[in-house]
Design a protein. Structure first.
Length: 70
């Protein structure tokens, strides 16, 4: 295996590990919401399925691609 291939493999492995760790950190930092609190939140703000599409921003690609939208 050439040095460049090895460097590329290590770089990609590090990206995967960092991505996994970042997702784990997000999960840890996300506050717990019990069922009663969730009912109150839905009563006050409604359900996302009820929102008008123009009022929302789909952040899926932003999250999937490491905070970069191409």
């Amino acid at each position: 295996m050439e040095i460049q291939e090895l460097k590329a493999l290590i770089k990609e492995s590090m990206r995967e590990v960092l991505r996994e760790e970042r997702l784990m950190l997000c999960k840890i930092l996300m506050p717990y919401v019990d069922d009663a609190e969730q009912v109150k939140l839905e009563a006050e703000f409604g359900s996302p399925t009820d929102y008008i599409e123009e009022e929302t921003v789909d952040m899926t690609n932003w999250v999937k691609h490491g905070n970069q939208i191409s």
